[in-house]
Design a binder for this molecule. Structure first.
Ligand SMILES: [Zn+2]
Length: 128
């Protein structure tokens, strides 16, 4: 009884996904209920074309030490954009509007039907 009550709420249908950059140097796991992806129009998101999904720190595990990734920051230097120093793919970042969470690039996750996930447009360009 309690079980069916709880499962009606978002976040209780999480599954674990494996993710990587292109060359495989960066590997990570994320627990997520991928009920949407975010497409943002800010200066960096529109260039990289990622499908974003935010997860709390407890639901994100980088299997590659973060120090082995390259870090790019800009503007207020609050967002932290991590990318693979070998292949250049950016599998995850810390977003400026909430640097305590991780934003993963859903395009880097294995076994996800990207066309089946509803897109939520966000307008990061309005927050310079
Ligand atoms: Zn790589």
């Amino acid at each position: 009884m309690l079980e069916s009550f709880v499962s009606a709420y978002p976040g209780t249908m999480k599954q674990t996904y494996s993710g990587s950059c292109h060359c495989g140097r960066v590997r990570f796991e994320v627990d997520a209920d991928l009920d949407h992806v975010r497409v943002c129009d800010c200066s960096i998101c529109r260039r990289r074309g990622a499908l974003n999904f935010r997860v709390p720190p407890a639901d994100f595990r980088s299997l590659t030490p973060i120090e082995e990734l390259s870090l790019y920051t800009f503007h207020t230097h609050t967002a932290r954009d991590y990318f693979c120093p070998t292949c250049g793919i950016q599998p995850f970042r810390r977003p400026r509007t909430d640097p305590s969470v991780w934003t993963v690039n859903v395009r880097c996750l294995d076994g996800v039907d990207l066309d089946a996930i509803p897109v939520r447009r966000v307008f990061g360009s309005e927050y310079p």
